[in-house]
Structure formats: structure tokens, C-alpha cells
Ligand binder design. Structure first.
Ligand SMILES: Nc1ncnc2c1ncn2[C@@H]1O[C@H](COP(=O)(O)OP(=O)(O)O)[C@@H](O)[C@H]1O
Ligand SMILES: [Mg+2]
Length: 216
């Protein structure tokens, strides 16, 4: 898949880092600068991909093996890219997605231990190697992010405390995974310190995105 117009931006990061908050602010600020902006999300973004989202994110969506889960993510992503993202880019629009392939790399590989090459094979097979033009990775300490997301467990309950620790260790792996992604794809990825006010973060992201747009 190739193209020569538009710009595809993904927003990545753990739970409660502010992805959904910032995507709206970035879209609004770029629109004010006269850009045509489409916002979307993963898994999902198109009617069929949203059906697959149900299977992946709902508690009763299914008990998938890690491989089946990856296939579902890429089935959704393939339709998302061909039916929504590429047509919008070809029309010269800016597309901003709340999560993209880096989330699969981080959750399925750094989190659940799937061989990284397997994921790269699917990027190649399903997407023809398609990647965002730029990726913002929002970063904040795991406990702060989870607190923001309203996921902090009750510290007085021993069982819940144990669960929280397991959860925290997994989320810490994800955070390290995002650091590794930023190192692996330095030209595409920009780490953003998300432990600041919403406006401070939005201003920095807007500035960086506008600078990139001038250089396209
Ligand atoms: N910079 C920030 N400072 C404080 N609270 C924030 C900040 N960014 C987002 N929030 C709040 O934290 C919660 C999670 O933000 P959200 O954008 O939904 O994160 P994500 O989509 O990454 O999980 C929301 O209630 C949001 O209003
Ligand atoms: Mg969100």
C-alpha cells in the first residue's frame, strides 16, 4: 500500500495516559489551522472492525488464544486501513488513530510474550508494511495512569492488593514495551511526558505535529 498525500498519526500509551483526551484536542487544533482531520480508534474504526472490537474488548467476547487474538486485531486493522485510513489519506486528510500496531506489539509481544517477528509478519502480510507517519507515545508512571483511569484497587483488601500487584507488573511491562518501541522506531515515534496538565501536553503535541506537517 502506498500513498503520497495526507498524514497518519497514531496516539499510543498505557491506560489513563490521556490518549482519548489528547486526540480530541489535537484534532481540534489542527482543524483550526485549516487541516481536514479524521479521528478514529483501534480496535475498530469501521463497521466491520467495530464488530471485531466487540470480540476483543468485551468481557464475554471470547477466550482467544494469543495467536487468534493477533489475527483478530489484524483482521480489524486490515479493514480499518483499506476502508477508512487509506482513502482519507489519499484525499489529503490527516488521520489520527487512538492506538494502532504499536499497541499490538506492546500488549501481545512485550506483555504476553508472542514472538515479535510474528507480529511483523502480519504487518507485512495484512498491511503491506503500512505504518503511521508519526506516533505520539504518552508516558506516565503506571500507578498515576491507572489512578487516572479509575482502576486503582482498594489497598485495604489483601486479595485486591495482590491482584493490583499482578496488574501493576503487567502494566509496567507495557510501559517498558512502549519505551522499546520508541527506541526501535526513532524517526516515527515521539515520547510525550503525560504527567503534566492537559493543556501543556496538548500544546507540545500540536507544536510537534505542525512542525512535521510543514516538512511533509
Ligand atoms: N494531563 C492530565 N491530567 C489529569 N487528568 C487527565 C489528563 N489527561 C487525561 N486526564 C483524565 O484522565 C482520565 C483518563 O484519560 P483518557 O484520555 O481517557 O486516557 P486513555 O484514553 O489514555 O486511557 C480521564 O478522566 C481524563 O479526563
Ligand atoms: Mg482511551
Amino acid at each position: 500500500m502506498s500513498r503520497n498525500k495526507g498524514m497518519f498519526i497514531s496516539i499510543e500509551g498505557g491506560e489513563g495516559t490521556g490518549k482519548t483526551t489528547q486526540i480530541g484536542m489535537l484534532a481540534e487544533s489542527l482543524r483550526k489551522q485549516g487541516h481536514d482531520v479524521v479521528t478514529t480508534r483501534e480496535p475498530g474504526g469501521t463497521p466491520e472492525a467495530e464488530k471485531i472490537r466487540e470480540l476483543l474488548v468485551h468481557r464475554n467476547g471470547g477466550d482467544w488464544t494469543p495467536m487468534a487474538e493477533i489475527l483478530l486485531f489484524f483482521a480489524a486493522r486490515q479493514m480499518h486501513v483499506t476502508q477508512l485510513i487509506m482513502p482519507a489519506l489519499t484525499a489529503g486528510k490527516i488521520v489520527i488513530s487512538d492506538r494502532f500496531t504499536d499497541s499490538t506489539r506492546v500488549y501481545q509481544s512485550y506483555g504476553h510474550g508472542v514472538e515479535p517477528d510474528i507480529i511483523e509478519s502480519f504487518v507485512h502480510l495484512a498491511l503491506g508494511g503500512f505504518e503511521p507517519d508519526m506516533t505520539f507515545i504518552l508516558d506516565i508512571a503506571v500507578d498515576k495512569g491507572l489512578a487516572r483511569a479509575g482502576r486503582r484497587q482498594n489497598e485495604t483488601d489483601i486479595k485486591e492488593d495482590r491482584f493490583e500487584k499482578i496488574g501493576m507488573a503487567f502494566h509496567e511491562k507495557l510501559r517498558q514495551g512502549f519505551f522499546a518501541i520508541a527506541e526501535r522506531f526513532p524517526e516515527r515515534c515521539v515520547m510525550i511526558d503525560a504527567d503534566r496538565t492537559i493543556n501543556e501536553i496538548a500544546n507540545e503535541m500540536q507544536m510537534i505535529a505542525l512542525r512535521r506537517l510543514q516538512n511533509v
